[in-house]
Design a binder for this molecule. Sequence first.
Ligand SMILES: [Zn+2]
Length: 192
Amino acid sequence: MKCFVCGSETPGEVCNQCVRTERNLFHKEWDYKEGFLMRKIESYRIDVSSYRISGTGMISNSDKGLNGRVDAFNHFVGNVDLVEKSPCNGKDALMIHYKNPNTQMERYIFLLSCDAEGGVKNAIEDAKKDLRIGSGVMPATAAMPTSAAAPAPAAAPMSADAQLKLNKLKVLLNSGILSQEEYEREKLKLGL
Ligand SMILES: [Zn+2]
């Protein structure tokens, strides 16, 4: 598959090259204890970096947490589409909905008795903002440059740099960070 950040070939969602340049934005680990005698103790962890969310949580295919199991997760942060307080089998939890637009793989990650909703949300928002800026994408509200600039050379071969930017735009489009309209506009700006 292709790296969600740079578009190069990788076995995982984010290639090792990109992982080396990521920044940590949020980290928390805690124990979840259940029952008066605390017979059940599970260790949870959530890390948000500029490219990924990772950690250990209750992973389920259902938004109610049915048949969930505690396991490690590691996903591209741009594909996280929802973070909210939502019960897992009736217990207090922070829920993260993840969907890979390329493989359609979808899962709900529950962080039981996690009190860091704001921290996790902010870190994910920051990471997504960085992904936009990193790809040269301006916020939608930015003024459009006038087309008075010198005309682009006709049918010039695409530079490696332009190819990389185009790949990133496609990733942002597939992740739903950019709308089709924004994608086309950014493509025009690159002269593609
Ligand atoms: Zn990469």
